[in-house]
Design a protein around this ligand. Sequence first.
Ligand SMILES: NC(=O)C1=CN([C@@H]2O[C@H](COP(=O)(O)OP(=O)(O)OC[C@H]3O[C@@H](n4cnc5c(N)ncnc54)[C@H](OP(=O)(O)O)[C@@H]3O)[C@@H](O)[C@H]2O)C=CC1
Ligand SMILES: CC(C)(CO)C(=O)C(=O)O
Length: 346
Amino acid sequence: MGEQKARVLIVGTGGVGTLAAYALEQGGKAEVTAVMRSNYNAVQKNGISINSAQYGNGIKGWRPTRICKVVPNTAKENLPPFDFILVTTKNIPEISPTVSDIIAPAVTPHKTAIVLCQNGINIEKPLISCFPTNPIISSVSYVSATEISHGSILHDGQDEQTIGAFHNPDVPAQVAEEAAKRYIDIYNPDGKIDVTFDADVRRVRWRKLLYNASFNPVAAILRMDTPRMRMSSHVIDDLIRPIMKEVLAAARADGITDFPEDLPEILIRVDPIGSAFKPSMCQDIEKGNLIELENIVGEPLREGESKGVAMPTLRTIYGLLKGMQLKVKESKGMWEPKFGSENPYQ
Ligand SMILES: NC(=O)C1=CN([C@@H]2O[C@H](COP(=O)(O)OP(=O)(O)OC[C@H]3O[C@@H](n4cnc5c(N)ncnc54)[C@H](OP(=O)(O)O)[C@@H]3O)[C@@H](O)[C@H]2O)C=CC1
Ligand SMILES: CC(C)(CO)C(=O)C(=O)O
């Protein structure tokens, strides 16, 4: 008898989640249950189409082992526990339901490892308090995948992930590390994908934040792709580099002392200049979606300022993004424009 496949639930089957479902099923060591929301009917009818620089173009009618419309309730439905839950929703902790609320019905205490493949820092904190006995794993991804219409994925990069375990105080470090390594093994059993283990997940996240906290919000505010920012020069000089330097200083104050001084210069030039690439926050604003402003901008700002780091550029950007988020909320009927009793400006 062959080794039993790992049971993986994927919550959030947009660009990143769908490609992960594909990689996990191709590897042969996992069976995926994918929770689909707005794309459920399209995928039920026609399956998933993928055009991928890595897996090939013209993949059509593909489906993971199971798709479902809501997160299964393993206890009530008497289902076997999930070994892993991969979370690939956009992370918007200020809006209910939060990631913890969404996945709670499918988490088996002491058993299910929760893999957070989302941008930003401190994303693990609410999960640690809700799921104190579960390993919580960090995946920092550079996949560059977009769901261009329901069930249709454009993947124009290479799947590249750095994985490690977050510190969950009541889960022994060895148990958490083994869960992270097992996830790498089922994701990448034959070593074809660039998925590596790095125990220092905080450092890995701060490094990516230098890019995400600068390019993502500035792109969203200006609705501008990253090559155009570089062509303009002043967007880099007045906004991107100052933010990167502030985030670098915040990372150092948080104990990450080995980033080289020229890291901003490297990250400023990291995107290929041949394509008009817009980071995910810009794509979300253009689609009228809520944006991931707290974990990508609010948390690094609070971390830095609480340790005495001056972050004036990021503070201004944060104020602008909060205003933009309010407008999205209003457009979705989630915020009513009226004065509260505590408001001094009426
Ligand atoms: N795209 C990329 O290349 C990269 C993305 N990231 C990060 O990865 C994460 C995922 O990004 P991405 O794949 O682009 O996001 P997408 O917006 O493409 O996909 C998010 C998915 O989550 C679903 N979803 C949201 N809330 C729920 C819910 N309550 N129940 C079920 N499904 C839900 C959405 O459904 P619906 O369509 O119905 O809203 C959508 O299918 C983000 O944190 C992003 O910052 C990191 C690196 C690269
Ligand atoms: C790295 C990058 C730019 C795309 O993979 C990203 O994280 C984003 O768009 O938010």
